[in-house]
Design a protein around this ligand. Structure first.
Ligand SMILES: *[C@@H]1O[C@H](CO)[C@@H](O)[C@H](O)[C@H]1NC(C)=O
Ligand SMILES: *[C@@H]1O[C@H](CO)[C@@H](O)[C@H](O)[C@H]1NC(C)=O
Ligand SMILES: *[C@@H]1O[C@H](CO)[C@@H](O)[C@H](O)[C@H]1NC(C)=O
Ligand SMILES: *[C@@H]1O[C@H](CO)[C@@H](O)[C@H](O)[C@H]1NC(C)=O
Length: 207
């Protein structure tokens, strides 16, 4: 359980971590993530039980979608993406994560937990991947593997994104059948303000 203080501090600013099951070490109140990413070399203490020794920090989490109709009856292109940078202080390197999907309307996008691979910095010794499911609660789940000492570790966490989005819609005022002007019938974009999301991952030693 998160302490009430922890929730109080994070709730107004950040999404709330929903996965707080720690595989080892004391409760998450001893691992309160810092408010800025500080990538650093792999932690020497592979138990990750020291205060602040484990966190995922998702920075610049950005959602964007675009839907274009060439005529009122013909969808030309519809896609959406969620991108962010992942810092894992236990791994000591960063990853860039990008998930892109297509669909036919806003409700189609990220409607099931498709797995997207993140691109790790050069020299990384593990993999990171994520899922994002838009409904009902904008849940992003991230996992990453790394090496500490002679062992492999897996960290995983999830959180609900608190997104503040703006929809821009443009409809061609001069559209006539057939599409004689050559201009599209409509464009609709959804752009959400970037957010930063600290997470406290559960960590398991996998070998
Ligand atoms: C944040 O992400 C967006 C979308 O991927 C990108 O256009 C922008 O450059 C990023 N900002 C920073 C500071 O990395
Ligand atoms: C995300 O990572 C890329 C590549 O490492 C970097 O250029 C960019 O500045 C980072 N953006 C943020 C917001 O951390
Ligand atoms: C990481 O998460 C993805 C998506 O939930 C899952 O398919 C994958 O098996 C996980 N990786 C590990 C090592 O648990
Ligand atoms: C619509 O038609 C009006 C009058 O011809 C023109 O001024 C305007 O630029 C047109 N709008 C678009 C989006 O083509």
């Amino acid at each position: 359980m998160l302490s009430p203080l922890f929730l109080l501090l994070l709730a107004p600013i950040f999404a709330h971590p929903t996965d707080t099951n720690n595989a080892c070490g004391p409760g998450p109140e001893h691992h309160r993530p810092p408010h800025k990413p500080h990538p650093r070399p792999p932690h020497e203490d592979c138990s990750y039980s020291a205060p602040g020794s484990r966190y995922f920090y998702l920075s610049n989490v950005t959602y964007y979608s675009s839907i274009t109709y060439s005529t009122p009856a013909h969808l030309a292109v519809a896609w959406a993406q969620l991108t962010f940078n992942l810092t894992n202080n236990a791994a000591g390197y960063n990853a860039v994560c990008k998930g892109q999907v297509s669909g036919s309307n806003e409700g189609d996008f990220f409607s099931w937990p498709q797995v997207f691979q993140c691109e790790e910095d050069a020299g990384a010794d593990g993999d990171a991947m994520f899922t994002y499911v838009a409904y009902p609660d904008h849940k992003v789940s991230v996992n990453e593997t790394w090496v500490c000492g002679k062992h492999h570790y897996l960290g995983y966490a999830s959180a609900s994104l608190n997104l503040n989005c703006k929809i821009d819609e443009w409809v061609n005022p001069n559209f006539t059948w057939p599409n004689n002007g050559g201009l599209d019938y409509s464009h609709r974009t959804t752009t959400c303000d970037p957010v930063d999301v600290p997470m406290i991952p559960a960590i398991v030693k996998t070998d």
